[in-house]
Design a protein around this ligand. Structure first.
Ligand SMILES: Nc1ncnc2c1ncn2[C@@H]1O[C@H](COP(=O)(O)OP(=O)(O)OP(=O)(O)O)[C@@H](O)[C@H]1O
Ligand SMILES: C[C@@](O)(CCOP(=O)(O)OP(=O)(O)O)CC(=O)O
Length: 401
């Protein structure tokens, strides 16, 4: 049996957005970005990579969601494999490989499948080709001492430091497959540092806070049915860099300010600031899209209905919910656990989406107190084309199974 590695990676959602590159080939961004990693028990990519018998297979192979792919039409993946091989010192590194991957949620629908997909692939490849050490860790730079209790604790700490460092280095490779994927190397709250070097070697993700700093946060990923074919993030941001004047202000003023604000808000568990900064940065990003020429419309009528709904709710109850939208119409809603059941109840009733209430949502709705609040917030029924609501929370980074 040839060696094989299986990894599971979560998608991440940027609260402070990456939009625009300084270097298109190396994928070096104009600005830092800041994300939360979603829980891979709810949304994930699972990827297996194995070496094949060099006598039987001549080429690398890629299967995505059970469909064999023409690898040549996934140029960034070809590039990623080449970069990993370049860094590997395995004697069999040129043997063909087989990649088998599946996403637990729609691919290329603006739900960040590229972030989890490329992160899972990079981590698998890194471990298969033993790049920057292996998994479990090869602690060549870390001193392993005698097994006294104190030393064991220290070794554990060293292992964690080595793991974080290795993930950082792998994130710089993942970034070159799809920028946002580098942030899925880590769990919790993650910053992608744009970096200063022309070769991109310092353009990496770092974990800023573990998920444990704010365990009460909950996320609803809403999937909107959309007829429109979206402009891909890669093309959209290229067009913005070429034509938008506002993008300069966004990347040099708005984003640095928002990153500082959101870190402080997380540290002090100030939900109001956290949600307001998240919503404002999402709106600022979509303003860049509107300022692009010709303009790009990622938000649709349904997205706008959800934005209005969140603001109406917050006007009555104080800022309990934040929204953010990537390059698509799908709302991602963030709130504290204690506010989730009643908000979800009002959301389901307003948008008449009882048909979407499955077992996990039912479980949440059991704790709704909305019947006591309905006088303050009368239901104003509206139509919306939602396909699915996925409740989740903040989770860990990519891992090997
Ligand atoms: N499981 C996977 N393994 C490897 N590559 C994947 C995987 N899933 C998606 N991709 C890559 O990501 C591409 C889709 O990325 P795209 O940016 O169009 O969609 P998205 O990530 O779902 O949306 P967005 O980036 O706008 O949030 C696929 O064509 C494929 O190249
Ligand atoms: C709006 C975004 O989701 C854009 C993500 O862009 P991608 O990472 O998909 O783009 P490429 O680097 O060209 O692959 C914001 C974000 O995730 O920060």
């Amino acid at each position: 049996m040839e060696k094989e590695i299986t990894c599971v990676a979560p998608p991440n959602i940027a609260l402070i957005k990456y939009w625009g590159k300084k270097d298109e080939n190396l994928i070096i961004p104009l600005n830092n970005s800041f994300s939360i990693t979603l829980d891979s028990s709810d949304l994930f990519t699972k990827t297996t990579v194995r070496f094949c018998d060099p006598k039987k297979n001549e080429e690398d192979k890629f299967t995505l969601n059970e469909k064999p792919q023409k690898l040549a039409s996934h140029k960034r993946i070809v590039n990623l494999i080449a970069k990993i091989r370049e860094k590997s010192s395995l004697p069999n590194k040129d043997d063909p490989i087989e990649i088998d991957s599946m996403n637990s949620f729609p691919t290329a629908a603006g739900l960040a499948s590229s972030s989890s997909g490329i992160a899972a692939l990079t981590y698998c490849l890194g471990n298969l080709f033993e790049v920057y050490g292996t998994e479990p860790l090869q602690l060549d730079q870390v001193e392993i001492g005698k097994s006294t209790k104190k030393q064991e604790g220290k070794n554990e700490e060293n292992k964690q430091v080595a793991d974080l460092l290795r993930r950082e280095k792998l994130s710089a490779i993942s970034r070159q497959g799809s920028g946002s994927s580098c942030r899925s190397m880590f769990g919790g709250f993650v910053e992608w540092i744009a970096g200063e070097k022309n070769d991109g070697s310092d353009s990496r993700a770092k974990q800023i806070f573990p998920k444990s700093v704010w365990p009460e946060l909950r996320v609803l990923v809403c999937v909107v049915r959309s007829e429109q074919k979206k402009v891909s993030s890669t093309l959209g941001m290229r067009r913005s860099v070429e034509t938008s004047e506002y993008i300069d202000k966004f990347s040099t003023k708005v984003v640095p300010k928002n990153i500082k604000q959101i870190k402080q808000a997380i540290q002090s568990q100030d939900f109001e600031t956290f949600a307001n900064v998240t919503m404002k940065n999402s709106n600022a990003f979509h303003s860049v899209c509107l300022d692009t020429f010709p303009p790009i419309f990622y938000l649709n009528q349904d997205s706008k209905k959800v934005i209005d709904f969140v603001h109406s709710w917050n006007d009555i109850f104080g800022t309990q919910v934040g929204y953010t939208f990537d390059a698509g119409p799908n709302p991602v809603l963030i709130m504290l656990n204690k506010n989730l059941p009643s908000f979800l109840d009002a959301f389901v009733q307003t948008f008449q989406i009882e048909n979407l209430v499955n077992q996990p949502l039912q479980q949440i709705l059991k704790d709704s107190q909305f019947n006591k609040l309905v006088q303050k917030f009368p239901i104003d029924k509206q139509n919306i084309c939602l396909e699915r609501i996925i409740p989740t929370k903040i989770g860990d980074g990519v891992k090997q199974l």
